[in-house]
Design a protein. Structure first.
Length: 241
């Protein structure tokens, strides 16, 4: 566990030293703040004490930001040759994957924590459903973890960061909206299957304050599969080398 935290700390330090974290935080807060308070559909027009608008915009903003954060995690180290050096140290592939995953998730957690003033302000304006707010934050963290695991995997299959970014966007897009879109073209069981595969439906359920076991199991399963695929990619590379 200590080695995982060391790698996670290193990733966080790298994010902030390269200004990536600052840019991401500023743009994320700017987008969510603007669309929550000033744009069409803001809370004043809805006349309701709710963070539903913010969660909706954060859901889409993170969809684009996370691939940009994860594209360099392994691809850059492969290109520079530091991955081989890292893997020669007394750490396992799993520890490397989990460390990078944890560091990126902590950065997302910091971004979400910085939106708490929105929560406090909205709560002061009227009666807010606190349970729905906290479940909404939980939903964003889980969805972010899904896309981080996908991003780490796509970063591990290529030494080109742009390729990793594009692959992460494509893979994530299926869970983000394509499965949901495809479900509208079918009826019956097929519709239910594609609808269940859509991350957005599970996120919507959680963000409304409905913590269903099937939603948690599905999202956690995707996270696990993404991490498994990432570890398998590193292991395959080690065998080839």
């Amino acid at each position: 566990m200590k080695k995982i935290w060391i790698i996670a700390h290193h990733e966080l330090t790298t994010f902030f030293n390269s200004l990536i974290a600052y840019i991401m935080l500023v743009v994320f807060l700017g987008f969510t703040g603007f669309f929550t308070w000033f744009f069409v559909g803001d809370i004043f027009i809805k006349n309701q004490a709710s963070l539903e608008v913010m969660f909706g915009w954060a859901y889409w903003t993170l969809f684009f930001f996370i691939p940009a954060l994860t594209m360099r995690l392994i691809a850059e180290e492969k290109k520079s040759g530091t991955l081989e050096l890292l893997l020669t140290k007394p750490v396992t592939d799993w520890q490397v994957i989990l460390g990078k995953f944890t560091g990126t998730l902590i950065l997302i957690g910091i971004a979400l924590a910085l939106t708490l003033p929105y929560y406090i302000t909205v709560a002061s304006l009227g009666n807010i459903d606190h349970a729905a707010v906290w479940s909404g934050y939980l939903g964003l963290l889980l969805v972010s973890a899904v896309y981080i695991s996908i991003g780490i995997f796509t970063s591990s299959v290529s030494s080109n960061q742009i390729v990793g970014f594009l692959l992460a966007l494509v893979f994530s897009a299926f869970f983000h909206f394509i499965f949901d879109l495809v479900s509208t073209f079918f009826k019956g069981n097929i519709t239910e299957i594609f609808s269940f595969l859509s991350v957005s439906n599970h996120f919507d359920s959680i963000s409304r304050g409905v913590i269903d076991t099937k939603d948690l199991i599905y999202l956690c399963s995707l996270i696990f599969l993404g991490l498994i695929a990432s570890e398998a990619s590193l292991s395959k590379r080690n065998v080839v080398d």
